[in-house]
Design a protein around this ligand. Structure first.
Ligand code: MG
Length: 253
């Protein structure tokens, strides 16, 4: 197991020769598919994959901090979001246990009522290099599909964010697929969406930060270059299968 595999958490500037080779291999696979007359399809998850959601979370924390006079919450910066526990994020920022115990339920309620909204996805940042890579995929001849667990109510903000950061979106080679309802399980939704994607062409590659999702795509499309993007992911005790390469950055070295 390489050092790249063991490294966990967001580190979007951490490009390595190995991660660059993974990205180059995907582009070569797209070109090979086009060369033999195929229609290559590349899928990208959004949250924690081509978008860094931590700025959205910091913004949500600071609005609550300001409104409620919770000044200590301003200590929470992007690097403190290491998993899906908001208590851990506050702890990582050095907030007092007494504050966390007293206010975590309110913070969590505030977070949950803002994070999954079309307005707040606009606070996300594109992962460095992600736009260039998505464009390179489209330029090489691939249909770029954004396959997200965001639901239909978050679609308008998602489209705006894709446009603002310059992702290929407003052309025939790019498609956004959102969940029909918030309640639907992300992996079950992506499993059903897979068939729709496969109908558009040959699925040559798929990128996601959720181990269960990359494992599913790898199982259904064993010939595709499925890539695990190490940022953060759900607390489900699932690891990407050994055959799946990891990247932490879309930058090239
Ligand atoms: Mg994700």
């Amino acid at each position: 197991m390489s050092g790249l595999r063991r490294a966990r958490g967001y580190s979007p500037m951490s490009a390595t020769p190995e991660s660059s080779a993974v990205l180059a291999d995907v582009l070569a696979t797209i070109r090979a598919c086009v060369a033999r007359g195929g229609t290559p399809v590349v899928g990208f998850d959004l949250d924690g994959c081509v978008f860094d959601t931590r700025p959205r979370q910091v913004h949500i924390f600071r609005e609550l901090a300001s409104r409620r006079g919770f000044d200590a919450l301003y200590r929470v910066e992007v690097e403190h979001f290491k998993d899906w526990s908001l208590a851990n994020s506050m702890r990582n920022a050095g907030l007092a246990e007494a504050f966390i115990a007293a206010h975590e339920p309110e913070v969590r309620q505030w977070w949950a009522s803002h994070f999954f909204t079309t307005e707040y996805v606009l606070y996300d940042h594109a992962m460095p290099g992600a736009v260039s890579f998505c464009r390179a995929c489209a330029d090489a001849g691939a249909i770029v599909i954004y396959l997200t667990g965001r639901d239909i109510k978050m679609r308008a903000g998602t489209e705006e964010a894709l446009r603002r950061f310059g992702f290929p979106y407003d052309d025939v080679s790019a498609v956004l697929i959102t969940k029909p309802t918030f309640e639907m399980d992300d992996t079950a939704f992506k499993e059903s969406a897979l068939e729709a994607i496969a109908a558009r062409g040959e699925v040559v590659s798929y990128f996601d930060n959720e181990p269960a999702n990359v494992n599913l795509f790898h199982e259904r499309h064993p010939a595709a270059k499925v890539v695990f993007v190490e940022t953060d992911h759900s607390p489900r005790p699932v690891e990407p299968v050994e055959a799946i390469p990891w990247i932490r950055s879309f930058l090239l070295v």
